[in-house]
Ligand binder design. Structure first.
Ligand code: OVM
Length: 403
């Protein structure tokens, strides 16, 4: 990273954080980004960036100063047209954000979800049993990290079976569109009209089962908690944010456990208590959502630098989650640490509303695995899938020894 101090007192970098090299291994760049200063200017994209925990955390909790309503991708909705109608959760701020957020928080809250644990545990046991029956070597991404969320989450939302294979490609493209219009976005472009059309169609009331999250969102419109116009877009948020994120969180977790056998042993010894922390440590360690942008609502002073009004700032959640100023041995995947305070789910009013769903999925899968699997080890080279926003795995070959 070549840097110099410009007239605005902000170090400049011409690195491309969305280029294949940094996407493939973002850690060296993120380390430099943190060390260069609390705010860095990325001249390729004409945006600012933050990589240190302190400033990322502070900016995320200051929605008045760092808005989401101009979009959380590179596209600035103040000047450019969004590729799809903006999310009522992700791409809004108070007061518009409040009602959809309150409705979803309740539907996805820990109390509401408790009814799902028993059936999700049974699903996880069934899935793990059939994977193990088929053999002791398999791809942990397709067979577990993708298979389990796809088995339980679309049913919990209440969408029909037909077309569910579009959920992962939709998420992959959506998360690419938060970055620049590079080859990753081009790759998804040919199919996106068809795929997004299908996703939008699933959000209609008559497509949804009568007891799922989707139906509960429409019931909130009946009560007047949100409008009927808002309901389908809130359902769309579940289908947008609820699959790829969890899949990559689980993939990170399984990769961590396979790569560090002592952590698997630790989990095996106390699955009831560690299954929940394990997922959060994986989210801290890998940060499945690596980055989101915010937009300065006025000239913002950060660490001696000024970010002018209306400008985009790239928040490196992944860099903050490995900032040695905040974490001891940040690069270690360590189930003994307390990962709380990580910004992998964001922080503040936009913090992941689905995190209890993701944790529950992880808890069910880990408990089923811990009860059936003695050891899990890497059995080949794990392959990354590059994405402008997600830290993603294409495949993680593993070999397990059953109990
Ligand atoms: C949404 C949405 C989409 C992608 C990610 C996300 C991580 C939310 O449509 O609301 O949060």
């Amino acid at each position: 990273m070549t840097t110099f101090v410009s007239s605005t007192d902000v170090p400049v970098s011409n690195a491309d954080p969305f280029g294949p090299d940094i996407l493939d291994n973002p850690l060296p760049f993120q380390s430099e980004l943190r060390d260069v200063g609390p705010v860095v200017y990325l001249d390729r994209y004409d945006v600012f960036a933050m990589g240190r925990y302190e400033q990322v955390h502070a900016a995320l909790t200051d929605w008045q100063g760092f808005q989401s309503a101009a979009g959380v991708g590179l596209t600035n909705y103040l000047y450019e047209k969004p590729w799809r109608p903006p999310s009522l959760l992700l791409e809004t701020d108070p007061p518009h954000h409040d009602a959809p957020r309150a409705v979803l928080s309740k539907i996805l809250g820990p109390r509401a979800l408790s009814r799902l644990l028993v059936s999700w545990l049974a699903d996880a046991e069934d899935l793990v049993d059939s994977v193990l029956e088929a053999g002791t070597e398999f791809d942990a991404v397709t067979e577990l990290a993708e298979a389990f969320p796809l088995r339980v989450f679309p049913d919990a939302v209440g969408i029909p079976d037909e077309g569910r294979d579009k959920l992962l490609p939709y998420g992959d493209h959506l998360f690419n569109t938060f970055g620049p219009a590079n080859s990753l976005v081009e790759k998804g472009a040919p199919r996106i009209a068809e795929i997004a059309g299908w996703v939008d169609a699933q959000c209609a009331r008559n497509m949804l089962s009568d007891d799922g999250f989707g139906a509960q969102i429409w019931a909130a419109a009946d009560r007047g908690d949100i409008t009927y116009e808002q309901a389908p877009l809130v359902v769309r948020s579940l289908l947008s944010a609820g699959v790829d994120t969890t899949v990559n969180g689980l993939a990170a977790l399984l990769h961590g456990l396979a790569r560090y056998p002592e952590q698997w042993a630790r989990l095996r010894a106390a699955p009831e208590t560690l299954a929940r922390t394990a997922f959060d440590e994986a989210v801290r360690w890998e940060s499945p959502v690596q980055t989101f942008f915010r937009t300065a609502t006025r000239d913002m002073r950060v660490g001696g630098a000024t970010i002018p009004q209306g400008r985009k700032i790239l928040m490196f959640l992944g860099a903050a989650n490995r900032d040695p100023r905040r974490w001891e041995n940040p690069d270690d995947f360590d189930l003994a640490r307390n990962p709380s305070g990580h910004v992998g789910y964001g922080m503040g009013i936009h913090q992941c509303v689905g995190q209890h769903v993701a944790r529950l999925e992880s808890e069910a899968l880990l408990r089923a695995l811990a009860a059936r699997v003695e050891s899990i080890e890497l059995a080949g080279t794990a392959k990354r899938r590059l994405n402008n926003t997600l830290r993603s795995w294409e495949s993680i070959p593993v070999e397990i020894r059953p109990r």
